[in-house]
Design a protein around this ligand. Structure first.
Ligand code: ATP
Length: 576
């Protein structure tokens, strides 16, 4: 149950509102009896009149009317408060579900996170959370209406228990008969949840790669698939609307039939007084229309419910894939990092096999090797985003799995291969996620990354918006901002994945110089094919067949193909 205390307050308030309304209604019978002058015929009426007199109230028509109106006003006030509370709780529910999902995902293992389509996440946070919160509202309303039905039922019992029971029975039959429509709505709701997820997942993928598709005039392929999914969604929505409207349409004639039966029972078979019959008609009409309303709200709940369960499943799955943070030791980085006999695979595909590597602090290392050989995976292992299948990663001689992973990562500066920036200012992109960083840190980092010249020349400087995924900047500019982001918090271990692949020779030379200078105080590991970067490094390794080989440089490497041919020659001579 979500927010049990808030929900309990709401339900108590709704119950109080129901009781206030019920009490005001008890005055209806004596009022009508007095009005039509047949008090003597009504047992209940007599009792209520007696009760009022015993507390010193003369039950005149004016007093009765006052009781009815007063009760209704009290009920409305309580309902206003309760409904306001429901509204607030709905907003809270949506926020809580969104945060729960985002927190669970961010705390999940990197490999699990990688498999999550971003469109599906966006859908969960936007539409599913909202639909689930609306579902919560409908469920509270269903409960509130059920309480009102009960109160009306009790009051009606005082007037004629036979007629009340009979109408409850018929009401129950009516609910059963229409239940099929609720089931259809639930099915349509589940379908919509599935389709919306698919649609948004696909949409975000297509939009992510729209440039190349558009450039080749192949965006109509995406169009056709999207149109097909939208059409299916429309069909499911139509089914839901049909079931909702059918329920509305069928309720009216059924209600009229039941009231006619009630009237017949009251007037012909039970021989009730006119006042009693009038009250009964009023109460039963109200009771049965309340029952109908309850069923309609329940139908709305059935349509939204699947969003809540889809969201819950996503949260539970992400929680199940939470990163195991068994390590508690605070990290130090005084001597260096060693990889000992590392094996790693993605399922059936072995990537690293018996890899050994020592990196001492305050050094600059580059790792080269053919595409897809596992260089980025090595960086993932170094920052603890992936765990080796066997072997040990030692930091100052202490196994990484014994070290607090967040503590270790706080010491790392990381530049990934895809420099996707946030749609925000350059400043925000650099200090993101580190609340203690200020503008001066960003400026220092931008200077180090060789980006200050172009940033300070922009009319808005640090406050320039970089556009969706950084799209308003050039590839090289994005790359330098990403390097600045990694340097802003002054890490001691800097990991860079192809950091200069999009830079012109001059910018690359600046970044190489920066990295050389930085390596006097911190440890730099860069994955790269760029000769300039490789020449700038103290040590270069090539990764091949799951192991690294040190590249002995007799002369400066002139281009990337040299590195690969050297590494292949070395690898083949090693295997011989
Ligand atoms: N999350 C993953 N699940 C399954 N396989 C993966 C995953 N990530 C990478 N791989 C596979 O593992 C291999 C190594 O990938 P990795 O990204 O480490 O290579 P790389 O040497 O950095 O390549 P490149 O130079 O092209 O960036 C690749 O063949 C890739 O297909």
């Amino acid at each position: 149950m979500l927010f049990p205390r808030r929900t309990a307050y709401v339900l108590i308030a709704l119950l109080a509102a129901g009781v206030a309304e019920g009490l005001s209604l008890t005055a209806l019978l004596p009022l009508l009896s007095t009005a039509v002058g047949d008090t003597a015929n009504s047992e209940v009426g007599r009792r209520i009149v007696g009760g009022l007199r015993s507390v010193g109230i003369e039950p005149s028509i004016g007093v009765m009317l006052l009781i009815i109106v007063g009760g209704m006003i009290v009920k409305s006030l309580i309902l206003l408060l309760a409904n306001r509370q429901v509204g607030y709780t709905v907003a809270r529910v949506a926020t809580a579900l969104r945060l729960e999902l985002i927190d669970a995902l961010l705390a999940s293992r990197w490999q699990y996170y990688l498999r999550q389509p971003m469109g599906s996440l966006a859908n969960s946070v936007a539409t599913e959370a909202l639909r689930a919160a609306n579902g919560f509202e409908h469920s509270v309303t269903v409960l509130a209406l059920a309480i009102q039905v009960m109160v009306y039922g009790i009051v009606a019992m005082f007037v004629s228990w036979q007629a009340t029971l009979a109408s409850f029975l018929v009401g129950f039959v009516m609910l059963r008969l229409l239940h099929k429509l609720i089931r259809a709505t639930r099915r349509a709701g589940t379908k919509q949840t599935q389709l919306l997820r698919l649609l948004l997942t696909y949409l975000s993928d297509v939009l992510g790669s729209v440039k190349s598709l558009k450039a080749m005039a192949r965006d109509n392929v995406a169009d056709a698939i999207l149109r097909d999914q939208t059409r299916q969604l429309e069909k499911a929505t139509r089914r839901e609307i049909m079931a909702r409207e059918a329920l509305m349409a069928l309720q009216e004639p059924l209600l009229a039939t039941i009231i006619a039966i009630g009237l017949y029972l009251a007037l012909v078979l039970l021989d009730l007084s006119l006042a009693e019959v009038m009250v009964m008609v009023f109460l039963l009409t109200r009771l049965l229309s309340l029952l109908n309303k309850t069923q309609r709200k329940y139908q709305n709940l059935a349509a939204q419910e699947s969003a809540y369960w889809a969201l819950r499943t996503a949260i539970e799955e992400a929680r199940g894939a939470a990163e195991r943070t068994t390590g508690t030791r605070e990290p130090t980085f005084q001597t260096g990092i060693s990889l000992r006999n590392i094996d790693f695979d993605y399922g059936a595909k072995p990537i690293l096999a018996g890899l050994n590597l020592d990196i001492s602090v305050k050094s600059f290392t580059t790792i080269a090797g053919p595409s897809g050989v596992g260089k980025s995976t090595m960086l993932d292992l170094l920052c603890g985003l992936a765990e080796p299948k066997s072997g040990e990663i030692l930091i100052d001689g202490i196994p990484l799995r014994e070290i607090n992973p967040r503590g270790w990562r706080r010491m790392i500066g990381y530049v990934s291969q895809e420099n996707i920036l946030l749609h925000d200012t350059i400043l925000s992109n650099i200090i993101v996620g580190a609340p203690d960083l200020v503008e001066a840190d960003a400026e220092r980092a931008l200077r180090q990354a060789g980006a200050w010249d172009f940033v300070s020349a922009l009319p808005e400087g640090l406050n320039t918006i970089v556009g969706e995924r950084g799209g308003l900047l050039s590839g090289g500019q994005r790359q330098r901002i990403a390097i600045a982001r990694a340097l802003a918090h002054q890490p001691v271990f800097l990991l860079l994945d192809e950091p200069t692949s999009a830079l012109d020779p001059e910018s690359e030379r600046l970044v190489c110089q920066t990295l050389q200078k930085l390596a006097q105080d911190l440890t730099v590991v860069a994955v790269s094919h760029q000769p300039a970067l490789i020449n700038a490094a103290d040590n270069t390794y090539t990764l091949l067949n799951g192991k690294v080989e040190r590249l002995q440089r007799s002369s400066e490497v002139e281009n990337a193909s040299d590195i690969r041919s050297v590494s292949r020659k070395e690898a083949s001579s090693a295997s011989r």
